[in-house]
Design a binder for this molecule. Structure first.
Ligand code: ATP
Ligand code: MG
Length: 313
């Protein structure tokens, strides 16, 4: 079975238990929860039994341990997570506002994962994995971006495949060299999984059908568009599949896109029919929002089957 690699941040998330505007007063918090978009993504793959690994960096502290223990328990190869003595694992404090938007306090850039760099273990994983999942956010960090590009080229050159979730906020699009890096990854991409506006990153016609067609014309095999509480769509040459959202009560939307992506890739790599891969991914995204904590909502096959049979999805 193909083994999947991803490279990027591992951190803990600490969540305010009340809604409101940020952290200007003392307040109740819950956490630490394991987090980091690449970590959530790879945890979902591990839970579905797809061989997978992550390259990251944490401090020698409880926040790092919380992540490593969870990923290990869920079946992820953690040999590429470097433990840096004297450094601190990344963290993010998040509080939801009444309108659903979020306020963050981040400690990522100056944390252990802010110094992610090649190690003997990461090199061995790049040489042994068959698929790389690229998070667009990684490309905006200079050292990490170069490492991801190098891994993509090497895995692709060995006949492996690449999936790509831009996962970008408009604010970081102006980062130097980011556009060129996004284009370079897109040129190697087999499976592209944008959400909302990200579909138009490479084509500003604002016309979904045209944007999708131009992506397929570049040689991308599968484009999956995530639509939040409106479900998702899949496009391949001459084929389109849409799926309606499952009905769930949304407690914490963080991590939905990563759980969706991990589940989709697991089925896609196993050669599942597009309808089946999309149905399970849609269920994984829906289940993710029902749990407080970004990685708490990743799902086993049994949990996805239960949700789907409950809703005949
Ligand atoms: P993230 O914030 O993690 O980056 P994203 O924008 O990449 O999220 P979303 O589109 O928010 O991803 O969610 C991914 C998928 O999860 C959706 O396409 C849908 O299938 C499912 N999903 C998300 N939110 C809901 C919801 N409230 N109800 C049902 N399904 C949902
Ligand atoms: Mg996303």
């Amino acid at each position: 079975m193909a083994k999947v690699l991803t490279i990027g941040e591992v951190l803990v998330e600490i969540v305010a238990t009340t809604k409101g505007n940020g952290f200007l007063a003392a307040q109740p918090l819950v956490g630490p929860f394991p987090s980091g978009a690449p970590a959530i993504f790879i945890d979902q793959l591990g839970k579905l039994g797809t061989p997978c690994a992550i390259v990251s960096r944490v401090g020698e502290d409880d926040f790092g341990r919380v992540n490593i223990d969870r990923l290990l328990a869920d079946g992820v190869d953690v040999s590429g997570i470097e433990i840096a003595p004297g450094e601190t694992t990344g963290s993010a404090f998040v509080r939801y506002r009444e309108d659903g938007s979020r306020a963050f306090v981040y400690n990522i850039r100056h944390s252990a994962c802010g110094n992610l760099r090649p190690t003997a273990a990461s090199e061995a994983l790049i040489d042994s994995c068959d698929h790389l999942h690229v998070m667009g956010t990684a490309l905006s960090a200079p050292g990490l971006g170069a490492m991801v590009m190098d891994a993509a080229r090497r895995i692709k050159a060995r006949g492996g495949s690449i999936s790509f979730d831009p996962n970008l906020r408009a604010e970081i699009l102006g980062a130097p060299g980011l556009r060129e890096a996004l284009e370079a990854v897109l040129a190697m991409t087999d499976l592209f999984m944008p959400s909302g506006e990200e579909l138009f990153l490479f084509d500003d016609t604002r016309d979904e059908a045209r944007a999708v067609q131009s992506l397929l014309d570049r040689g991308i095999r599968t484009v999956v568009v995530k639509r939040g509480d409106k479900g998702a769509s899949l496009f391949e040459a001459g084929a389109r599949v849409d799926t309606a959202p499952l009905v769930v009560s949304e407690l914490d939307p963080t991590g939905a896109g990563d759980s969706f992506g991990g589940a989709f890739l697991s089925f896609w790599l196993a050669g599942a029919a597009p309808e089946q891969a999309l149905r399970y991914a849609n269920a994984a995204g829906a289940r993710a929002v029902t749990q407080l904590g970004p990685m708490e909502g990743t799902s086993t096959r049994a949990e996805l089957d239960a949700l789907l049979s409950e809703q005949k999805g």
